[in-house]
Write a protein that binds this ligand. Structure first.
Ligand code: GDP
Length: 322
């Protein structure tokens, strides 16, 4: 049986399902393509929040309560920074700080983000392949009622309070996919491509904005299955539903599926959304999708894989080969 699986992922929601798949599949069978539109520089450091969430989660180092950062973290650095009058709006735990310092050092020495990520993930015992979507900087920016904001200023600094009216991905048009991304999608041994239950606007769209990604998805022979990040019209965490309403869309699983129409073959909705009317051609899979426990993550991982197995290809053929 074909064994390899690719998941496109943002941070917290995506990492939950990635972990479920990682624990269900042979350890080296999973490739995670991670959003880097949230990346930014802070205190001179190169910070890649979604990559870190994925790496910490798969390495079993993540803080289970917060969902970001490392568990059993200490905060001496932030306390010392505070006494010096340094910025406090973005929290950097002591162990986490080592990640950013080391990544910054290696990038400054000329290594690529994908090379640094692969090596750090390996050192932390992660056997999945964790790939940034691109080695080139792509920066998500949001037009809001408080003006154009950088992603972390909106997300962390202003706790997603400003109303969003437009989103752009600076640098995306000139970016190329990181080494390994397009090859993973073209792998004849690919069993499924999964679009994680991540924020479609600011976690998945930046990945899809990297030139070549949409074509590679269209051309892959494997079924493509997305999981709804909304349950009963609400986000489990974060601004997805609020953002959808502000952008003039209905906050519903069906609306997320409409955004992915033409791109996916199957869409997993929660049991409370069993009646969701999906666009023609997208197969509806109904399953519990709230991932609270580790078992929930593994169960949803198995469901996604099983549904991909029986999901006929319904998205349009491109005529480019497959
Ligand atoms: P971020 O980059 O850290 O914001 O994380 P993501 O974009 O990957 O994830 C945010 C999305 O994950 C939100 O829309 C949440 O509703 C969704 N999410 C979080 N936990 C769960 C869960 O247990 N089940 C489902 N279906 N969605 C979830």
């Amino acid at each position: 049986m074909k064994s390899r699986v690719v998941i496109l992922s943002g941070g917290i929601g995506g990492a939950k399902l990635a972990l479920g798949l990682y624990r269900t599949l042979p350890a080296d069978a999973l490739t995670v393509v991670v959003n880097t539109g949230d990346d930014f520089r802070h205190l001179g450091l190169a910070i890649s929040p979604d990559i870190d969430t994925l790496v910490y989660t798969l390495a079993d180092l993540a803080d289970p309560q917060r969902g970001w950062g490392r568990r059993d973290e200490t905060w001496s650095f932030m306390a010392a920074l505070s006494t010096l009058g340094g910025p406090q709006w973005f929290q950097l735990g002591d162990g986490d700080l080592a990640m950013h310092v080391e990544r910054t050092r290696r990038l400054a020495d000329g290594e690529t983000l994908s090379a640094v990520t692969a090596d750090i993930a390996r050192r932390l015992g992660v056997r999945a392949t964790v790939l940034p979507m691109s080695d080139a900087p792509v920066r998500t920016r949001l037009r809001t009622d408080a003006g154009w904001l950088d992603f972390q200023d909106y997300f962390v600094g202003r706790r997603c309070e400003p109303a969003v009216s437009e989103i752009r991905f600076d640098g995306a048009a000139d970016a190329t996919a990181a080494p390994g991304v397009l090859a993973a999608l073209a792998d004849p041994d690919l069993r499924a491509v999964v679009i994680a239950p991540s924020n479609p606007y600011v976690s998945i769209d930046p990945i899809l904005a990297v030139p070549g990604l949409r074509d590679a998805l269209a051309d892959t022979a494997a079924p493509i299955v997305a999981v709804s990040p909304l349950i009963g019209g609400a986000a489990v965490k974060g601004p997805t539903a609020k953002m959808m309403r502000e952008l003039g869309a209905t906050a519903s699983a069906a609306e997320v599926a409409r955004r992915y129409a033409g791109l996916i073959d199957g869409f997993v909705v929660d049991t409370v959304d069993a009646d969701a009317e999906l666009p023609g051609g997208i197969r509806r899979i109904v399953a519990p999708t709230l991932m609270t426990s580790l078992e929930d993550r593994e169960r949803l991982g198995r469901t996604v894989l099983a549904s991909a197995q029986t999901c006929p290809r319904t998205r349009p053929a491109t005529g480019r080969g497959t």
